[in-house]
Ligand binder design. Structure first.
Ligand code: FE
Ligand code: ZN
Ligand code: FE
Ligand code: FE
Length: 189
């Protein structure tokens, strides 16, 4: 054991930050606050998606993909309303807090669009970007669901689970569509 830590030390001269990060003045003290902060984060993210998905649709050529994205845009609008119900169910006021992760994922989606020509290759890129978004949402709603259950917020938990199921279904649909699009894209140029 000692030998291992010694060899790691001698292997690098760079010091890594060893101290815990100093919390903000409004940092969460308990799981409930962390839960509410995460709700605000995903509320911002869903709202950002209602602006980003139409841009993805405009850049898509596959009818199947256009249909799937259009359907998920409508679901996303309902998810925003559902989150408002969650805020109400836990007695918190509706509030959005910028989600750095979603901002980054949507920036990457724009980069993918700009770096591809319109057609099957761009379609394949849009599916890749959209699935990264769905996976972020699945992780977030999965965590929120588990927090809500532990906090005894049953109504919130079941609302969050409904959205979690929609995100999982959207991801599966995108995977299915990607099967044919990726084959076509592989044949390009
Ligand atoms: Fe969503
Ligand atoms: Zn976030
Ligand atoms: Fe995040
Ligand atoms: Fe989604």
């Amino acid at each position: 054991m000692e030998k291992t830590s010694k060899s790691v030390k001698s292997g690098t001269d760079k010091k890594v930050a060893a101290k815990p990060v100093k919390p903000n003045s409004d940092a969460a003290q308990g799981l409930r606050e962390l839960f509410v902060d995460s709700l605000k984060d995903i509320y911002w993210a869903e709202k950002a998606l209602t602006k980003a998905i139409p841009k993805m649709i405009k850049n898509t050529t596959s009818e199947e993909l256009i249909e799937a994205l259009t359907m998920h845009l409508e679901e996303t609008k309902q998810q925003i309303e559902r989150l408002e119900e969650v805020f109400a169910a836990v007695g918190e006021k509706v509030q959005a807090k910028k989600c750095d992760a979603m901002e980054g994922l949507l920036k990457e989606a724009e980069d993918i669009i700009e770096s591809t020509v319109i057609g099957v290759v761009r379609d394949a890129g849009i599916i890749a970007a959209a699935q990264k978004v769905e996976h972020y949402e699945i992780a977030t709603y999965g965590t929120l669901c588990s927090f809500a259950k532990i906090l005894g917020e049953e109504e919130a938990a079941s609302l969050l689970e409904e959205t979690l199921d929609e995100e999982k279904a959207a991801d599966i649909t995108l995977s299915e569509i990607s099967n044919s699009i990726n084959i076509d894209a592989a044949e390009e140029a």
